[in-house]
Design a protein around this ligand. Structure first.
Ligand code: GLN
Length: 272
């Protein structure tokens, strides 16, 4: 039965059809992978089958798997997601690693996560560095609702601020202590549709003008008018945008310190 469902999903051209169906089956049955593999001949109730069919129908319409099951794993923790937030991507875990690396040798008082969405970066950083103050900022109140739920389910204290970074400075920065800004802002150039699935994610979280850099221009503009500058700014963007971002950083008095896949870290230029 599940095999037949897998074939229908496969026919829609979804590469991960087999794994997706297995995950949907786990979700429909509320069963673990181990149980399913050990009991692959077990009968399935009519109710569970209807549930599975409903999930498969959604997946055939290219609704991302994480929206159907309602969560996605990020840095070893599970985060609730819905259509109001971008689904956390594994490549963004590099941002966490860079902050943790920086925290090994530097005192970090505060992290401000701009464009926090589901809150996965802000909450992960609070879990990994419990003594650091963390603020998550987003323009979308419905995204912040999801972030708040995630903070509760992970038992963390993060401050949330609804704010448009394109019109403001960076709020909540400590006036004397070192702080870090993390930013996985929308960076997809308008009209660049890389998969059917991303058309189901919030446009607000993905697209940023012709070159995809409107939000980052605004971020560096906000840094310029912020009196106490962050000691580290970590951004994620497309590889082909890295040079432009580096230029923006230089104009704001920052230099590239580390880069890894899509992620770049900038720190203030040393005065000669
Ligand atoms: N990496 C995401 C994608 O390609 C985009 C994330 C973003 O704009 N911040 O779908």
């Amino acid at each position: 039965m599940a095999y037949r469902k897998y074939r229908t999903v496969k026919n829609t051209g979804i590469e991960s059809a087999r794994l997706d169906c297995l995950l949907l089956l786990e979700h429909a049955l509320g069963a673990s992978r181990e149980w399913l593999l050990a009991n692959n001949e077990a009968a399935i109730t009519k109710q569970n089958l209807e549930q599975l069919s409903e999930f498969v129908a959604q997946r055939e319409k290219r609704i991302p798997l994480s929206y159907i099951i309602g969560s996605k794993e990020f840095y070893g923790r599970r985060f609730l997601v819905n259509k109001d937030v971008l689904i956390p991507r594994p490549e963004s875990e590099v941002i966490i690693e860079m902050v943790l690396d920086a925290a090994k040798n530097n005192d970090i008082n505060t992290v401000i996560d701009v464009g926090t969405g589901s809150g996965c970066l802000a909450i992960t950083l609070k879990k990994e560095l419990p003594n650091v103050h963390v603020t998550g900022i987003d323009i979308s109140s419905s995204a912040l609702k999801v972030a708040r739920k995630n903070a509760r389910s992970h038992n963390t204290q993060v401050q949330w601020r609804e704010m448009d970074i394109t019109k403001n400075d960076i709020p909540n920065m400590p006036s004397t202590r070192p702080y870090v800004v993390t930013a996985n802002l929308p960076y997809v150039p308008d009209g660049m549709i890389t998969s059917e699935e991303i058309t189901k994610e919030p446009e607000l979280a993905l697209f940023s003008g012709n070159d995809g850099l409107n939000h980052y221009r605004a971020l560096w503009g906000a840094i310029d008018i912020t009196p106490h500058k962050p000691t580290l700014i970590i951004t994620e963007s497309l590889l082909e945008q890295h040079e432009s971002l580096q230029k923006m950083a230089t104009e704001s008095g920052y230099q590239l310190t580390t880069t890894n896949t899509l992620v770049q870290a900038f720190s203030p230029k040393l005065k000669k």
